[in-house]
Every structure is written in C-alpha cells, then in structure tokens.
Write a protein that binds this ligand. Structure first.
Ligand SMILES: C[S@@+](CC[C@H](N)C(=O)[O-])C[C@H]1O[C@@H](n2cnc3c(N)ncnc32)[C@H](O)[C@@H]1O
Length: 435
C-alpha cells in the first residue's frame, strides 16, 4: 500500500522506530510517516489509521504483536484518556532515553548541530513530583432545579479533546496538590459558583501547604514559600515557578556552576530563581522580566535573601537587550561575563541576535522546548558562539517535556575553538564537536 492509498480507517501492521517529541512513536509504511500514541520504540503493532495530515498520518494501536521490553502497565488509571501524560507506558529508563533523543533530534534537524557527547538527562522521582498545575473545572450537568447545583468535573484536558478528564487522584502531583484537588472538590460540593461552563485554577504547593488562584472562599490563595539550597523564594500560584522541587537545587547549581565575575544578566528572570544564586558569585546582577507580579516577587525575594547586588528591571527582553547593545556601542555599558536566559516555550527568536551582540563571554540557555532551543542555538552559533556543554533535567517525568541546559562561550574567547578552527558539519559552520 503506498502513502497515496493509505487512508483513515485502514488497518495495517507496522514496526515502530523511535519516539518523537510530543511522545508518539514513529513508524513508516511504504513511504508514509505514521505517529502512534502510547507505543514504544521497536514494537510490532497492528494499528488503525485515525487521521491524515499533509505530511503524516496518525494511527491508534489495535493490537501489540511484539511488545518492547520497555513497555509496562501505566501507574495511573486515567492514562490514555487524560492529556497530562504521554509516556507512562514506558519504563523510566526508556523515558529518559527518549528525552535525550528529543534533544539530539531537534539539534540535528532544526539547529543543524551535531553533538557527539552523551546528553545526560538527570532523573527525578517518577511520581509525586509536581508542585504546580492548572486544573480545569467543568460544569457537566445541572442537578435539580437550582441553577447553581451541578455535577462538576475537576481535572485536566483529555488527550486531543476539549473535554475534561475528571481526576480524583493524580500520581504525578505532589501530596500538597492532590490535597488541593480533593479540598476543591469537597469545598464546591455540587455548587457551581462560576460564570460559564468551565473555569481554570492555578494550583501550587510550597514548603508548607498549597494555594490556588483565582481565590475560592475557604481555600488558601496566598503566598507560598520554597527553600532551594540556602535561598528562600516566595511566589504565588499565578506566577511562574519551576514545578519540580526535587531537581531545583541541582538545576540551579548546573546553571551557575563555578562561574563568577563582574556583571551577570538573568533574562526572563521570573521570581529571581537564578538571579539570587548569581548574586552570590558575581559583583552585579541585572534581572529582566516583563510580568509585573513576577518582578514584584523577585524584589521581595532579593530582600528576603538579603541580597544587595541585583537590579530587577521590568521590561520586555527584546527591548531591553536592543537597548543594551546600543549602550554597548556607545561605551556606556560593559559586556557581561555571563548571560543566563530561560525563555518561555516559544524561545527567544525576537531577542537572540541582540543577545549575541551583547558580547557576553558565556551564555547559559535554559529551555523547556528542544525545538525552539535548537533554532535559537543555530543563531548563536552563526553569531560566533560555540557549545561547551549540554545537560538535561527530567523536570516532568511521564510527559514528553524536558528541560535542557546549554552552555556556550564566545568563540573569540576560546583559545582552542576560535572561529577559524570551527568544523563544517552538514555543510554549515558549527562549533565544538561539530556543534
Ligand atoms: C520559563 S520562565 C523562567 C523564569 C525563571 N528563570 C525561573 O526559572 O523561575 C520564563 C519567564 O519569562 C517571562 N517572560 C516571558 N516573555 C518575556 C519577555 N518577552 N520579556 C521578559 N520576560 C518575559 C515570563 O513571565 C516568565 O517569568
């Protein structure tokens, strides 16, 4: 059967190759690429084609003929229906290996960067790790005549659907967040106090208890505390804060490592997670963040930790770095020793060329999306940076998400890796080990 004749509803036998970013296994059938959710690599499957797109198909498993050794029973009863997790059917070693593959694949395909050394993905406790979540509440049916009496679903979006998967216990959530889930259910009873059919709640757990926002009377909605190493952070559920407490200390240590010097710049600084650690090793730190609530929390965190050498600037990174480059040219600013950038999922494409023009000796790029990371790294490499190290943290076990930390230095700064010595890989100029 050729891909022209393959169509929705067909049942075929395939052997899967690897796992693609997003969590689906990939199989090929006479030239057609098929993505298959909840499959492992190297499995023989009977699948049914469920969807046809311009360049690929999607299929669902009808029967597993030859299962992978990595296949296991998922630890959650909602797996397959709830859209929160994609990889519970794989043992943890296979999940980590898939994540190294996501990074490597994005670097090669999107960044045209070949990275030979291993990319170690630091493991996390597999379950009970998650300390932040967006819960969706949905009024599914009205009960009786009273307009505010309802049957209510509380949980997460179902996979590839707008419906809500009603979850009474989620094994990836921390105990604190599972308590938030059950308290929410108990507090509402069968009463629907919101307008509309659906309502979203941000829930987060700190060192002592949880909070939700927007507030619901009787449930905590205040500030939370979290200690990481010797620093204390205050945050609120509606402000970005990393959602896996277990690896936070190691993540901060990996980003800062033994770097020290004059000026460090923390772009997309949030509540100051990296700024506070940087302040202990650099003479001056500038933190740039656009969200007012995060800026306010960062200022509070700096005061709580008795730090005096961090300046928090409320600005869009794009505008601030452009301005910095202008000041650098006018010699009213000095080149930083280190830039840490930790953008949201969409990456930093609008700012990345100016980040390179800031002439920082070192850059550490922290990313939660290998595809946008690879695109931005390509720009940094084209602007004269070389990759020194790539590491990753499994901040989100059971899902396809992975946090990557990439360390770069300016080629001119590197004795043994000056631009003139860069190798050509895949027809493009790249840095160390072909990167
Ligand atoms: C992935 S979070 C990282 C926060 C912090 N580094 C941490 O680890 O806690 C990204 C942060 O960038 C901020 N942000 C998003 N777009 C921005 C922009 N264009 N300019 C400045 N900050 C931005 C968000 O508000 C968020 O706090």
């Amino acid at each position: 059967m050729s891909d022209e004749t393959l169509k929705v509803g067909d049942t075929i036998e395939v052997t899967t190759e690897g796992i693609a970013y997003g969590g689906d296994a990939v199989a090929r059938h006479e030239g057609a690429v098929i993505f298959i959710p909840y499959a492992a690599a190297d499995e023989r499957l009977v699948i049914q084609i469920t969807e046809q797109k311009k360049n690929f198909f999607r299929g669902s498993i009808i029967r597993v003929l030859e299962p992978s050794d990595a296949r296991r029973d998922p630890p959650c009863e909602y797996f397959g229906r709830c859209g929160g997790c994609q990889l519970q059917h794989l043992d943890y070693a296979a999940q980590l290996s898939a994540k190294e593959g996501f990074i490597r694949d994005a670097l090669e395909r999107i960044g045209r960067i070949e990275w030979q050394p291993q990319i170690k993905v630091q493991p996390s406790p597999e379950l009970g790790y998650r300390t932040r979540a967006r819960l969706t509440l949905e009024k599914v049916a009205q009960v009786g005549d009273a307009s505010n009496q309802a049957s209510i679903s509380i949980g997460f979006n179902e996979a590839r659907s707008k419906s809500i998967c009603d979850v009474s216990f989620c094994p990836v959530l921390s105990d604190g967040l599972n308590k938030a889930l059950s308290d929410l259910r108990e507090k509402l009873g069968g009463t629907w106090p919101f307008t509309g059919r659906a309502h979203e709640i941000e829930a987060a757990a700190g060192d002592s208890g949880y909070a939700i926002q927007p507030p619901i009377p009787g449930l905590s909605s205040g500030k939370l505390n979290c200690n990481v190493g010797d620093a204390t952070y205050v945050f609120e559920p509606s402000i970005f804060f990393q959602s896996n407490r277990e690896l936070l200390r190691d993540l901060v240590e990996a980003v800062i490592a033994d770097q020290k010097g004059g000026l460090a710049i923390d772009l997309y600084s949030g509540v100051g997670l990296f700024s506070i650690a940087l302040a202990r090793r650099f003479e001056r730190v500038v933190a740039v963040e656009s969200e007012s609530s995060a800026v306010k929390a960062a200022i509070e965190n700096i005061a709580i930790n008795r730090i005096e050498n961090v300046r928090v600037i409320k600005a869009s990174v794009e505008e601030w770095v452009k301005n910095f480059v202008r000041r650098l040219k006018e010699r009213t600013a000095e080149a930083p020793g280190l830039i840490v950038l930790d953008p949201p999922r969409k990456g930093a494409s609008a700012a990345i060329k100016d980040v390179a023009r800031m002439k920082s000796a070192k850059i550490v790029y922290v990313s939660c999306d290998p595809t946008t990371l690879a695109r931005d790294l390509r720009t940094l490499v084209d602007c004269g940076y070389v990759l020194d190290d790539i590491g990753a943290f499994d901040l989100f076990p059971q899902t396809y998400h992975v946090e990557t930390v990439v360390k770069l230095s300016r080629a001119a700064e590197q004795g043994s890796h000056s631009p003139s010595r860069r190798e050509k890989v895949n027809g493009t100029k790249t840095g160390r080990t072909g990167a």
